[in-house]
Design a protein around this ligand. Structure first.
Ligand SMILES: [Zn+2]
Length: 260
């Protein structure tokens, strides 16, 4: 059975390991050390690396991992400088993982970085999955380092159109602080209150709050709720201006979060 397991790195990164319990593909290995410990402690073989974008905390471990596992494929965005990339991907490309029968589809999702890509597909059980990198977080989204709000909104709409039961594997444990912001934006939203209780319990037990479910994110994540009248009113109050159109609303939510 294929499992997707978190390898903790740095203070709040997750390196996702897709494994059949013999072979492993890892996603965004920013640090080789915890990956090597994971492989050795479980006697697993690394057979590939998926990369969503070029930030050091997503690629910093690739060189060392390739020294120990030479010749394995490194799938990476076509439009970013990722050292050791063997396959350079754009939207429409697919990746046949050498683990199980998993086929992943590539989406271009600029915004956090200009060449950021994401991978979506399904496990052998049929369960839809998404590796969103730093584009979509549980209850939040990535900072706009290189893209415009319009680009990021377009990227998030691609995620929003995926099956409702998609499990989202993002790369940082930011959920509780994101929920605090979500609560400030929509204090009356009972789903945010409920999700905060759930995630607080998980984190108190030192368990990841990720993966998260797309259908749940649409109820609580202010960056997926550009069409909510309540959110619009709240953001207009904060911005002290009328906001026309979903891009203006989304941009204001992002500005608010940046100074929250
Ligand atoms: Zn990043």
């Amino acid at each position: 059975m294929i499992e997707t397991l978190p390898i903790q790195a740095f203070t709040d990164n997750y390196i996702w390991a897709i494994t059949d319990h013999i072979k492993v593909v890892v996603v965004d290995p920013g640090d080789a050390t915890p990956v090597i410990e994971f492989l050795e402690s479980r006697n697993l073989e690394l057979v590939g690396i998926l990369v969503t974008h070029y930030h050091p905390d997503h690629i910093g471990g690739i060189h060392t991992l390739l020294e120990k596992h030479p010749g394995i494929p490194v799938w990476a965005p076509a439009n970013e400088a990722v050292p050791h990339a063997t396959q350079r991907l754009v939207e429409g490309d697919t990746v046949q993982l050498p683990v199980g029968e998993i086929l992943l589809n590539v989406l271009d999702v600029p915004g956090h970085t200009s060449g950021h890509i994401a991978y979506h597909g399904a496990l052998e059980s049929g369960q839809p999955i998404l590796f969103s990198g730093d584009t979509l977080f549980s209850s939040g989204c990535g900072r706009l380092f290189e893209g415009t709000p319009e680009q990021m909104l377009t990227s998030l709409k691609k995620f929003s159109a995926l099956p409702e039961d998609t499990l989202i594997y993002c790369t940082h444990e930011y959920t509780l602080s994101n929920l605090a912001f979500a609560m400030a934006v929509e204090p009356e939203n009972a789903d945010i209150q409920q999700r905060t209780i759930e995630v607080t319990t998980l984190r108190n037990e030192n368990r990841p709050s990720i993966p998260c479910l797309l259908s749940s994110e649409k109820k609580v994540n202010p960056f997926l709720r550009w069409d909510s009248p309540l959110l619009k009113n709240s953001v207009e109050d904060w911005a002290d201006e009328k906001l026309e159109g979903e891009t203006a609303i989304f941009a204001a939510v992002r500005r608010w979060k940046d100074c929250f």
